[in-house]
Design a protein around this ligand. Structure first.
Ligand code: ADP
Length: 496
């Protein structure tokens, strides 16, 4: 038979061990307190109690009549398990003494056979003698501790003279054993044996239950994580009732979804890049062949074909540049070079470069802004964001060929916004357009084709700036792309 090896480092074993240790320590403490220290504890408590009872009797003597006082003494004697003995001052009359069939028995030293059959007064004659001597010498009350030499059990003998101007003087003796009744110890020991056994069984059961409840989901999570490591993405991790484990499974599920996404993106990236490169390369190849075979001697045709080759090479260049920027941004290799600059002037400068489109292609650019907004940001990167957004607006503008650019104060920030009256973007596509290589299904035309990286570059740059950004768009009506930067200073524009 194959033995399963015990893993001494496992949660199961450790929980089991700690519970067992906990039960053992608890039990040891109980045994020490209940059985071994009980005698001392009991003795101290009884001494205290005897003194209190004595005080109680003294005040009862002072404030009650003799009958009521004696009744009170009898009650106390029974309820406190003390042998109380009240005599007249000369010792001749016994006022109170527990009767033979009373619950209270004169506490004798159990091994001392001589005491059997004697009543309290006879049994304690010598102690009474000693107490009397002490009382006469002192302030009227005294106590002595008597130790049985053979068992070393102790008893407290207390005596006090009770005096009152209207009453006969009396003497009260209290004899109180300072050891617990041995049957009590026996019962306690018996109980403790049961409690010990039950505690150990409970400790075993609870530790087994708890450790299984904790370790089982962890083993399941580990099994799933191994699958993930082997490349099985999109696993939904589950298991566990404990919030820490639920948190862990949530995190792992998110990681697994992200891994799946990034794996898909990587596959998409290869597909997209090869597709995007293939088209211009095919064009370049075929036009170069055309020049070689057909148009080489025809300067007009040759020029035309060479221009196509140059355009396609430019397209490839833009694509490669965008990919490089994107990869640098994503690998965290690019850090921001922030400085304070006038955003209004920057936007104006960028818009100026589009003048040629206005003059030659009938585009119409509107800039709405009446303040100088100063921001602290990486100017070059913000310029790239603005250019990308305006380029998109140009690519996707409507028939009115109008692009409205604005800067407006929004709280403590300045909001940049580009608006066009083009085809717009479907609501379900809005959240995807900032992703790498995403192109909306409605806006696919080769002449409008970009790299599919423009908005994701903007997103990376704006995220680095911790800036808010977004898109508002209505299908058929147009789109607005915006971002916000914290504003350092706002000044009314000077008329130039
Ligand atoms: P591309 O280089 O393809 O423009 P972008 O990342 O800049 O890549 O844009 C992603 C997609 O978002 C575009 O392909 C287009 O479908 C959509 N898009 C971006 N800007 C606009 C706009 N102003 N109007 C309509 N659609 C837009």
């Amino acid at each position: 038979m194959k033995h399963k090896k015990i893993n001494y480092n496992s949660i199961k074993f450790k929980t089991f061990l700690y519970f067992l240790l906990f039960a053992a320590v608890l039990m040891a403490a109980l045994w020490i307190l209940q059985v071994f220290l009980l005698n001392n504890f009991y003795g101290t408590m009884k001494t205290q109690q005897t003194k209190e009872v004595a005080r109680d009797i003294e005040s009862a003597y002072r404030f009650r009549d003799t009958d009521k006082f004696l009744k009170h003494v009898s009650k106390i004697s029974k309820s406190y398990d003390m042998y109380i003995y009240v005599v007249s001052y000369d010792g001749k009359t016994t006022y109170y003494q527990p009767s033979a069939n009373d619950v209270v028995q004169a506490p004798g030293f159990e091994t001392d056979t001589d005491v059997s059959g004697m009543d309290g007064a006879e049994q304690y004659a010598s102690q009474i003698q000693t107490l009397n001597e002490h009382m006469m010498r002192g302030d009227g009350s005294a106590y002595v501790k008597i130790t049985n030499p053979s068992t070393s059990q102790e008893m407290l003998a207390y005596g006090s003279i009770l005096q009152h101007k209207d009453k006969d003087p009396m003497i009260v003796y209290i004899f109180s054993p300072l050891w617990p009744v041995s049957s009590t110890i026996k019962i306690l020991t018996h109980q403790l044996i049961y409690i010990t056994i039950i505690s150990f069984i409970l400790a075993c059961l609870i530790s087994l239950y708890l450790s299984t409840r904790i370790s089982r989901p962890i083993r399941k999570i580990n099994k799933d994580a191994k699958k993930l490591a082997a490349g099985e993405y999109g696993i939904v991790f589950s298991g566990g009732h404990y919030s820490e484990l639920v948190d862990l499974t949530d995190t792992l599920t998110t990681a697994s979804i992200e891994l799946e996404k990034s794996d898909m993106l990587q596959k998409d990236l290869v597909a997209n890049v090869s597709h995007d490169m293939k088209t211009p390369l095919t064009m370049i190849k075929s036009y170069a062949e055309m020049i070689r075979d057909l148009s080489g001697d025809n300067p007009e045709k040759r020029e035309e074909h060479l221009q196509v080759i140059i355009d396609e090479a430019d397209r490839l260049n833009v694509l490669v540049n965008d990919m490089l920027t994107m990869s640098k941004l994503q690998s965290g290799k690019i850090s921001l070079e922030k400085r304070v600059f006038n955003l209004t002037e920057t936007v104006e400068g960028i818009l100026h470069t589009y003048k040629i489109l206005e003059e030659e292609n009938g585009y119409h650019f509107v800039f709405q802004c009446d303040c100088d907004y100063t921001v602290n940001a990486d100017e070059e990167k913000i310029k790239q964001v603005i250019t990308n957004l305006i380029n998109n607006a140009v690519k996707f503008c409507g028939e009115d060929k109008t692009i409205i650019v604005s800067l407006k104060k929004r709280g403590r920030s300045v909001a940049f916004r580009v608006e066009d009256h083009g085809p717009g973007i479907a609501p379900e596509e809005l959240e995807h357009i900032w992703e790498r290589y995403y192109r909306s299904s409605t806006n696919m035309k080769r002449e409008q084709e970009g790299t599919g990286l423009g908005l994701s570059i903007c997103k990376e740059i704006l995220t680095l700036h911790k800036a808010k950004f977004g898109t508002d768009s209505t299908l058929g009506e147009g789109s607005q792309f915006w971002f916000e930067l914290e504003c350092q200073k706002v000044e009314k524009r000077k008329v130039k």
